[in-house]
Ligand binder design. Structure first.
Ligand code: NDP
Length: 298
């Protein structure tokens, strides 16, 4: 039996359409557009592509986009001063500082400086604390997008065994918190986990966020399990090709023969990340402007 391929691209398009609808009603109620500010320091090509894509999609959803491109040698104090200005600006509902920052900058200090009510990346200590405490707050985009795909596929997740491979601040840890919040029995695996294939084989839900091409094999997966592949890895180019293929952390073809459903790479979790960023910005806008938004509307 072959598994369902979870169409993250289509789900993300639906989410963006819902965001656009609520962005229009927000503008009518608040008398202004919701606003998202994105800060890029330096000229990393991948980051430039992400930032341009975020800005374009923000505008397409009917929100205001504020882009700040700073030179690679920007001083910590100048970056902090910009964050402070954006924190104080009532037209800005969400602030995203594109990571990674150039090495001479203190990423932790910059992120912690963002007003938690505008923390659309969900990475400030207060946002992480709220998630751990089960309090409302802004949640990192990639794990929240992964959870949306899981709930769309499985409905109620109560009682399911979930294994998250990876314990990063950006993906693994918040993912595990979200699954715990949905009453899953959660195991967090990492590079020191013993007998990883056996651990993964117990899981009804597998979330792979490792950064190792096709590490999770088909025979690691419990028949019928739902597999969320967060990994984005570029293989070395084949002969005659300029760029290598993008693959996830899961051997997708093998997984499809065993699992119940699998997210592809590309086209699975990837498109969800920016869609959830837009969703987070709009949720923040409603809270910041005191405009009601029904729970679970987005
Ligand atoms: P990190 O490098 O921060 O974390 C990787 C995690 O994987 C670590 O916890 C590490 O364990 C664990 N790990 C490494 N090797 C192994 C192994 N052999 N067995 C088990 N666990 C292992 O990565 P991120 O969490 O930031 O990202 C993970 C992947 O997701 C990457 O491919 C990244 O490109 C992708 N990504 C995709 C996004 C999207 O939009 N789809 C967004 C963000 C990330 P330990 O802690 O012990 O070192």
């Amino acid at each position: 039996m072959s598994a369902t391929v979870i169409d993250g691209k289509a789900f993300a398009a639906g989410l963006r359409a819902r965001v656009a609808g609520f962005a229009a009603s927000f503008e009518r109620s608040a008398g202004r557009k919701a606003g998202l500010a994105v800060v890029l320091v330096g000229e990393d090509p991948a980051s430039q592509v992400y930032v341009a894509s975020k800005a374009r999609q923000t505008v397409e959803c009917g929100m205001a986009s504020f882009e700040y491109k700073l030179p690679v040698d920007t001083a910590q104090t100048d970056l902090i001063a910009l964050v402070d200005r954006l924190n104080a600006d009532p037209a800005v509902d969400g602030i995203l500082v594109q990571l990674p920052l150039p090495k001479h900058l203190d990423e932790q200090e910059v992120v912690a400086r963002i007003n938690p009510d505008k923390d659309v990346d969900g990475l400030t200590p207060l946002s992480s604390g709220r998630l751990a405490l089960g309090q409302p707050g802004l949640v990192p985009c990639t794990p929240l997008g992964s959870l949306m795909l899981l709930k769309d596929r499985l409905g109620d997740l109560t009682g399911l065994d979930a294994v998250v491979i990876g314990r990063s601040i950006l993906v693994g840890k918040p993912m595990a918190q979200l699954l715990l919040g949905e009453n899953c029995t959660v195991t967090i695996a990492h590079s020191r986990t013993r007998n990883l294939p056996e651990v993964v084989r117990r899981a009804d839900i597998v979330v792979a966020a490792v950064g190792r091409p096709e590490m999770v094999k088909g025979d690691w997966i419990k028949p019928g399990a739902t597999v969320i592949d967060v990994g984005i890895n570029r293989l070395p180019p084949e002969e005659g090709k300029a760029k290598g293929r993008l693959v996830g952390d899961v051997a997708t073809t093998e997984a499809l023969a065993v699992a119940g459903a699998v997210t592809p790479v590309p086209g699975g979790v990837g498109p969800m990340t920016i869609a959830v960023l837009l969703r987070n910005a709009l949720v923040a806008a409603h809270r910041n402007a005191g405009v009601a938004l029904a729970d679970g509307a987005l």
